[in-house]
Ligand binder design. Structure first.
Ligand code: SF4
Length: 489
C-alpha cells in the first residue's frame, strides 16, 4: 500500500469530465475521506483490516471475485440488459410518484440520474439523506465555517471532536490530516461529549502517532489497556470527568496532549456549557473544566471542530448550530473552522450535483412537464418517510459504491435496483422487479466523488477490469426508453 501517483483529469470527446490515473494510484471510495494514498492490487482486490477496517469490509461485501458474471434480472429471473432497461422504463413511466433512493454513484452517474428524475417527476434522496439534510439546514439557517482537510493538516493546533471519535467511522481520519508528520502544527486534541468510549478514542489516536500501533488494532483492542495508557482523573465535585493521555509521537515533533471531557453527557448541553465559558463574563457556577477549555481555545492560533451529522442525537441541528456559533465567536479573536464528516457513499456528490443542476438540494420533487412546479421539502421528501407512508409508488435504488440493499420499508414496492453484482437477487421471493448490475466508481470505472468537505472533487481510478455499464449509462438508456404510461417503451 501507500504509493501515491499522479492523476490527470479532463473533458473527453463527448464532453464528459473524466479522470485518468497513473498506475499504482487508488482513491478509496468507501467513506467521505476518499483516501488517495493507497494502492489496490488488481489480482487480489482486498485491503487488510489493519490498513482500514471500513474499506476492508466494503471490499469483501462486494464479492468481487465470485459474482462478476451476474447479469440483469426481471422479477428474480435472468433477463437481457435490453429487456431489463425496457421493463424499468415502463415501471417508472407508469408511476405517479417515483422515488430515486440510495444515489451512491459518481458525478457522471448523479448527473444522469437528475436528468432521468426530471423526465419522470421523481423525488431524489440519498441513503444518508438524514445527516445530509441536517447539515444543509444549519447551512441555510446560519451558515457554516467549513475548512478542508488540507487546511486542518496545515494549520490546526487544536482539534475538538464533538460527540464522536472521527476514527470510529472514518478510520484513517488522523492520517488524512497527517498528524504524525514532523512539522505538524497539531498539539492538542479534545474529545467533547463522546458517545463512543473515550479510552478507545484516545487509544486510536495514540496508535496513529506512535509507530507501534494501528487504528484497526486499537479499534479492536482492550479498553482497559487503553485506560492504562491514559491517566484518568476526575474533576472534584463536578459532573464532568476527563481523562488525559500524553501521546509522544515517534515522528511527531512535539508531545500531543489528548483529553476527553464530559463523555456520555448530552452533546448539546456540553456545547452550551462551552459557549457560556467563552462569554466575557461566564456564570460563576460553571465547571472550571469548561473555563480551562475556553481559555485553550482563545489562546490557540487555529482551532478546528470536527463533528459527524450522522451520529448526533435527534434534533442534532441544535448541536451543529452551536458548533458554528462557537466557531464564529472564536473567529473574532483567533482563527477557527469546522469539518463535518458526512457525505459518504456518494452523498456529498449527489447533493452537489443536484444543487448545481436544479438550484435546490436533494429532497426535491422535479417536474416532468415543461414549466411544472419544482418542490423542495427537507422533511416530507425524506426517503424513509416517503417509503414508510407510501408517499411514493415506485423506487429506483442506486448503490454502486457498496452493496447496500434497499431499506426494509421498500418491501412490496415496485423497485428497480442498479447495484453491484453482489446485490443480485438470491431468490425470486424477495427479488426487486428489476435488477441491473453496474460497475463501481473507483474500482471498475473512473469518475469523480466529492469529499466530506464538499469542496474537493477527487478523481477516482479504475484498478479493476469490468464489462459492466456504469450508472450514468444505464440512467441514460432508461431515459431514452422512457415513454408516458400507456405508450410503448
Ligand atoms: S478511511 Fe474511508 S476513504 Fe480512507 S481507506 Fe478507510 S474507508 Fe477508505
Amino acid at each position: 500500500m501507500a504509493t501515491r501517483g499522479a492523476t490527470a483529469s479532463g473533458f473527453d470527446t463527448s464532453g464528459r469530465f473524466a479522470a485518468r490515473a497513473e498506475a499504482n494510484t487508488w482513491t478509496c471510495p468507501f467513506c467521505s475521506l476518499l483516501c488517495d494514498d493507497l494502492a489496490l492490487d488488481a489480482n487480489d482486490p482486498a485491503l487488510a483490516a489493519t490498513t482500514c477496517p471500513r474499506a476492508s469490509t466494503a471490499l469483501a461485501g462486494l464479492k468481487l471475485g465470485d459474482r462478476a458474471a451476474v447479469g440483469a434480472h426481471i422479477q428474480g429471473r435472468p433477463a437481457s440488459l435490453d429487456a431489463a432497461i425496457t421493463h424499468a422504463a415502463r415501471l417508472l413511466a407508469s408511476s405517479r410518484q417515483p422515488l430515486f433512493g440510495g444515489l451512491a454513484t459518481d458525478v457522471n452517474g448523479a448527473r444522469a440520474l437528475v436528468k432521468l428524475a426530471g423526465q419522470c417527476g421523481a423525488i431524489c434522496d440519498h441513503a444518508n439523506g438524514e445527516p445530509l439534510a441536517l447539515a444543509t439546514r444549519v447551512l441555510h439557517d446560519q451558515g457554516s465555517w467549513m475548512v478542508t482537510l488540507g487546511e486542518v493538516a496545515a494549520r490546526a493546533e487544536l482539534v475538538v471532536c464533538v460527540g464522536s471519535d472521527p476514527a470510529a467511522r472514518h478510520p484513517r481520519f488522523w492520517q488524512r490530516i497527517d498528524i504524525a508528520r514532523p512539522g505538524s502544527p497539531l498539539r492538542k486534541v479534545r474529545f467533547v461529549g463522546l458517545k463512543d468510549d473515550a479510552a478507545l478514542a484516545q487509544q486510536r489516536l495514540r496508535a496513529v502517532t506512535t509507530s507501534a500501533g494501528d487504528p484497526a488494532d486499537a479499534a479492536s483492542g482492550d479498553a482497559s489497556e487503553a485506560g492504562n495508557a491514559a491517566t484518568a482523573t476526575a474533576e472534584a465535585g463536578a459532573a464532568i470527568t476527563s481523562a488525559t493521555a500524553a501521546a509522544v509521537a515517534s515522528g511527531h515533533a512535539a508531545e500531543l496532549d489528548v483529553q476527553a471531557l464530559a463523555s456520555g453527557a448530552d452533546v448539546f448541553d456540553t456545547l452550551q456549557a462551552l459557549a457560556l465559558a467563552l462569554r466575557p463574563r461566564p456564570p460563576a457556577s460553571l465547571d472550571p473544566a469548561w473555563l480551562t477549555l475556553a481559555a485553550e481555545l482563545r489562546a490557540s492560533p487555529y482551532v478546528c471542530f470536527v463533528w459527524e451529522a450522522g451520529v448526533l442525537p435527534r434534533h442534532g441541528e441544535l448541536a451543529a448550530a452551536a458548533v458554528q456559533s462557537i466557531v464564529a465567536t472564536l473567529n473574532q479573536t483567533t482563527r477557527a473552522g469546522s469539518v463535518a464528516l458526512a457525505g459518504g457513499d456518494g452523498a456529498a456528490t449527489a447533493q452537489q450535483v443536484h444543487t448545481w443542476l436544479t438550484g435546490l438540494p436533494l429532497r426535491t420533487r422535479l417536474a416532468s412537464e415543461p414549466g411544472g412546479r419544482i418542490e423542495h421539502d427537507p422533511i416530507e421528501h425524506g426517503a424513509n418517510r416517503l417509503l414508510t407512508d407510501r408517499g411514493c409508488d415506485a423506487l429506483l435504488w442506486v448503490s454502486s459504491i457498496t452493496a447496500l440493499a434497499p431499506p426494509a420499508a421498500a418491501a412490496g414496492l415496485p423497485t428497480v435496483v442498479l447495484g453491484p453484482p453482489a446485490l443480485a437477487p438470491a431468490d425470486g421471493a424477495n427479488a426487486p422487479e428489476v435488477f441491473i448490475p453496474v460497475a463501481s466508481p473507483g474500482l471498475h470505472h473512473v469518475g469523480h466523488l466529492f469529499r466530506s468537505d464538499g469542496i474537493i472533487a477527487m478523481p477516482m481510478q479504475a484498478p479493476l477490469n469490468s464489462t459492466l455499464p456504469d450508472v450514468a449509462e444505464i440512467a441514460r438508456r432508461i431515459g431514452a426508453a422512457l415513454t408516458p404510461a400507456g405508450g410503448s417503451a
